[in-house]
Design a protein around this ligand. Structure first.
Ligand SMILES: O=C(O)CCC(=O)C(=O)O
Ligand SMILES: [Fe+2]
Length: 518
């Protein structure tokens, strides 16, 4: 439905290209029909004109011949009725019907909204400027892609609708200038009305208390349409507001994001950008002891941080396993939801997720055994795998994986699921199923300066951490964030391990027994 905030995952954009190709083909077929009709007309007109010219030289002689006379009468009696029908018959009925079938499957307003929001999110997390982003300057690299005028206009409208007036202004100014230089950037059919842009700009200036600019652009609008009721009203409004507002109050002129000033947000951004100083007393080692099997096949293990304890296992999934896992999700990805409803509305998680059922097949069983070897945990009661593909600027905002019975997020559903059956999420194993060209790191912004970590996605590796203290209470330092993807299609697979069946694997009060190297 239209008001649900969904986001298209990057992988699901691939079939859209094919869809677009079909739509273009369909439109091309329409031109073929048009051309055929034109050809019929041209040849018939030539023939009719030739006959008419024949009589025109000496009309009386022409009509005196009864064959000519009859023909003239018949032509005028019959043919023009036929031509009227010909002119009336629409071209492209078939193609229009085809188009109608496609229209229902095309991205919705909400999809466009999510895409715009994704771009804004990239700006905010990586401290980029929209003026750079729209020119293809994405974080560390410059790409040979830039936004077209209609794309810019869509972004400007999005910012406007989200009250980011100061940010909308430069984009809308850009649009205005460019449609004045070239009125039909996408042909007259997809015209952007100059007056519409002006109206958005006027409102943006008024909203950001830049009344002089508002008035000057208003004059430009009134030149185009002197009796436009909206413009006349806005002009009175702007003049009144200008008088009422004390002059010494200087409005900010820079497009900046408000709120979000707290330390976790600052740390998150540093971590996402990879500019955080990392602890250099960590090590890499071969883990050959968590389970007996590891003596013949130890895991390459890298410590990411000690408190909370986070490790990364390298090369734990093969490319073949990864492509099989991803193919399990084909066409089955649905909007990922979070435990609390509010976060869903606010786009805390912008990805498509798919649950892969336990014991589904040899492949997943094998991976369960591997997770047992990595963690030492019993997986009899583990959750299903969740495979996720992120969207444009796709992210997962700050959250903890545990439920904590006392937490307010702990809704009825989860209470029964956690307490009675499986217990809380004692640990998380996060597999990366893809590299990501830029962005998309998993970060632990930490509560103190030296417990902020960044894990970069690399196909085949897996991060693992404990969500609970040994007394079973949630460890708040495990708060983490999936940073927005800048460029790439990020795939992950999570395994949340439940507490209940770990009574022998991880008895209480023993600190992190299976991961620390001895
Ligand atoms: O995708 C990521 O990097 C993190 C995902 C995550 O935190 C989760 O699914 O709980
Ligand atoms: Fe998580």
């Amino acid at each position: 439905t239209s008001d649900k905030k969904t986001s298209l995952s990057v992988a699901s954009l691939v079939p859209l290209l094919e869809m677009e190709r079909q739509l273009i083909n369909n439109l091309e077929e329409y031109t073929i029909d048009l051309k055929q009709k034109l050809q019929i007309l041209e040849s018939q007109i030539a023939a009719m004109r030739a006959e008419n010219e024949k009589g025109y030289a000496d009309p009386l002689a022409y009509v005196s011949n009864p064959l000519n006379g009859l023909s003239l009468i018949r032509r005028l009696n019959q043919d023009w009725v036929m031509w009227r029908k010909f002119m009336q018959k629409p071209v492209g009925v078939l193609q229009m019907r085809t188009l109608d079938l496609w229209l229902k499957k095309l991205p919705t307003n909400m999809d466009l909204y999510s895409a715009c929001a994704g771009i804004i999110r990239i700006r905010d997390y990586y401290d980029l400027k929209l003026s750079d982003i729209i020119r293809g300057n994405l974080f560390r690299f410059k790409y040979n892609v830039s936004m077209s005028v209609p794309d810019l206009y869509a972004m400007g409208q999005h910012l406007f609708e989200n009250d980011q007036f100061l940010c909308a202004i430069p984009l809308l100014q850009d649009v205005l200038q460019r449609i004045r230089e070239e009125p039909f950037p996408m042909g007259p059919q997809l015209n952007i009305e100059e007056l519409d842009v002006i109206k958005l700009l006027v409102q943006s200036y008024v909203q950001s208390q830049q009344y002089l600019q508002a008035l000057s652009i208003l004059e430009e609008g009134l030149e185009l349409s002197s009796s436009d009721a909206f413009l006349i009203r806005e002009k009175e409004n702007a003049l009144r507001l200008m008088k009422e507002t004390p002059t010494k109050e200087k409005p900010t002129k820079k497009c900046t994001i408000v709120n979000k000033k707290h330390d976790i947000w600052k740390n998150t951004k540093e971590c996402c950008k990879g500019t955080y100083k990392s602890n250099n007393r960590l090590m890499c080692y071969y883990n050959s002891s968590t389970t007996p099997f590891l003596r013949i096949a130890p895991f390459k293990t890298e410590q990411i941080g000690l408190d909370p304890y986070v490790v990364v296992f390298h090369d734990v999934l093969s490319p073949r396993e990864i492509s099989k896992l991803i193919s399990l999700t084909d066409r089955k990805l649905v909007q990922a939801v979070t435990v609390n409803k509010k976060s869903f509305k606010e786009m805390v998680r912008t990805a498509k997720a798919h649950w892969v059922y336990r014991g589904y097949q040899e492949l997943t069983k094998r991976i369960y055994r591997r997770i047992h070897d990595m963690s030492g945990f019993e997986l009899a009661d583990a959750e299903n795998f969740q495979i996720v593909n992120y969207g444009i600027g796709g992210h997962y905002g700050e959250h903890k994986d545990y439920f904590n019975a006392s937490s307010s997020f702990f809704t009825g559903y989860h209470r029964s699921q956690t307490k009675k059956y499986l217990g809380d999420r004692i640990a998380t194993v996060l597999f990366y199923l893809s590299d990501v060209e830029q962005g998309g790191a998993t970060v632990f912004p930490g509560i103190s300066a030296d417990s902020a970590y960044t894990v970069y996605p690399r196909a085949g590796t897996a991060a693992m951490w404990y969500n609970l203290h040994t007394d079973g209470l949630g460890d708040p330092t495990t708060l983490h964030v999936a940073c927005p993807v800048i460029v790439g299609s990020k795939w992950v697979m999570t395994q949340w391990i439940r507490e209940r069946s770990q009574i022998f694997a991880r008895p209480c009060l023993e600190p992190s027994p299976s991961l620390n190297p001895s």
